[in-house]
Design a protein around this ligand. Structure first.
Ligand SMILES: *Cc1c(COP(=O)(O)O)cnc(C)c1O
Length: 426
């Protein structure tokens, strides 16, 4: 047959038995891609109490109840760009020069100096994280990365999809969720190619002190392991607390900083994230170029948002940021006080972010065998749902989202307290 001749010429295998049935299989990357929150939540039998309206304290999206909206300047910036019609074509895959310059300027504070060439725009901070993990860690070389426990599950999702394994380092609750430095160091081996830091932390709401950051960077420096700093909650800290960016410490450790508009500007759906290649010592030259290559796979982020980015970053008034922080801080206070009335819970007062982590003294609730069952029953009886700590790789905790309207948050805390007091056994 003609096609077989061609195949012989081209050194290709001849298929003798053509298959009768279709067998289309997803790739290893796809099969290894797991959503750890969905895996857990979908396995819970979530049936709310029909007598009580559901209050979702689970969704890390500040926009769902409509009480938190982006600044007027943010909206206007998009409207103008849309009407101008100047941002409808392809942008460079790393982003428009002026949008990158605006990010560099926005992040250049507290002694940090970032240049336009250091900034790569991405489709949300998730995509920034994906590029950073992909550029530093290699599945075929058995690389591993260190990630925090408890922590945001997407680091593991992104790593394992490309065959990179993750090793957790513990955060210590009674130490204000600082990293256990000995444990962190003990997790490092020859194949460790990145340490992921998330400061301020989701789900802990904690903010690392300068000293603590220095201690972590000192370990990274000794082993010459670069840092991926997920700083999506940068400057989202409550009054009296201070956000210290990893880059501001001049540690000599090369850092990939990830951030974006999602949380501080209240537009997670707009999918605008960034990577900053922060490299004082020239260790990242190949990495910078490799990141540019990776950005070409999907040709960067949405151009309308990029076009609006300089206005969004420059014109959003400080009062907008202050107001958001005041609201979150007030909600944190409310939830903390509300949960004081719940027997068997130990809430941790957050220092920033949009979350509060709460310990469940499981031995006081013998009816429930796990935090998962606790969350499920709370939904069944009180129609209040919180993500169990297991979604963040820690058991016996739950995370409360602080962005929902005040009255709902208050009502949720009353119901949580009633639930706990009903099932608490001394
Ligand atoms: C929300 C969040 C992100 C993702 O941000 P997107 O820009 O929406 O992709 C990344 N890291 C942490 C810790 C988050 O909480």
């Amino acid at each position: 047959m003609l096609d077989n001749k061609l195949k012989e010429q081209n050194n290709l295998t001849i298929i003798e038995d053509k298959p009768e049935v279709w067998k289309v299989e997803p790739s290893t990357t796809a099969k290894n891609c797991r959503n750890f929150i969905r895996d857990i939540v979908d396995n819970l039998d979530l049936k709310p109490n029909p007598e009580k309206p559901v209050i979702a304290l689970s969704l890390g999206d500040p926009t769902i109840y409509g009480n938190l909206t982006p600044s007027e300047e943010t909206i206007q910036a998009i409207v103008s760009i849309l009407e101008e019609g100047s941002c409808n074509g392809y942008a460079p895959s790393v982003g428009y020069e002026n949008a990158r310059a605006a990010v560099a300027e926005y992040l250049s504070h507290d002694g940090v100096n970032i240049n336009t060439k250091d900034v790569i725009l991405c489709s949300g901070c998730s995509s920034s994280l994906e590029h950073c993990i992909t550029v530093l860690a290699d599945g075929v070389k058995n690389h591993n990365i260190l990630i925090p426990r408890p922590g945001f599950p997407i680091y593991r999702t992104l790593a394992e999809a490309i065959g990179v394994s993750v090793r957790y380092y513990n955060l210590i609750p009674e130490n204000n969720w600082e990293a256990d430095l000995h444990h962190l160091e003990s997790q490092i081996d020859q194949n460790t190619t990145a340490i992921v830091l998330n400061n301020p932390s989701n789900p802990c709401g904690s903010v690392f002190s300068e000293d603590h950051l220095r201690n972590i960077l000192e370990i990274a420096y000794r082993y010459k392991i670069p840092i991926i700093a997920d700083e999506i909650y940068e400057r989202l800290v409550f009054s009296g607390e201070k956000f210290v960016s990893t880059a501001s410490l001049n540690s000599g450790v090369p850092i990939l900083i990830c951030g974006g508009l999602a949380k501080r500007f209240l537009v997670p759906g707009w999918r605008l994230g960034w990577i900053v290649v922060y490299d004082e010592i020239g260790a990242f030259e190949n990495i910078r170029n490799a990141l540019i290559c990776l950005s070409q796979r999907t040709i960067g982020s949405n151009t309308l948002i990029q076009g609006a980015l300089p206005s969004i970053l420059q014109n959003t008034p400080q009062s907008f940021h202050d107001e958001l922080i005041n609201t979150l801080s007030k909600h944190a206070q409310l939830a903390y006080e509300g949960l004081q009335n719940a027997k068997g819970l130990s809430p941790f007062m957050p220092q920033g972010t949009m979350y509060m982590i709460v310990e469940i003294q499981m031995q006081k609730f013998p009816l429930f065998h796990s935090g998962l069952e606790f969350a499920q029953k709370m939904m069944e009886e009180e129609s209040v749902f919180c993500l169990p700590g297991d979604c963040f790789a820690i058991s016996g905790f739950m995370r409360i989202v602080l962005t929902i309207p005040e009255e709902l948050l208050q009502e949720a805390c009353v119901r949580i307290a009633e639930f706990c007091n009903r099932h608490y056994v001394n």
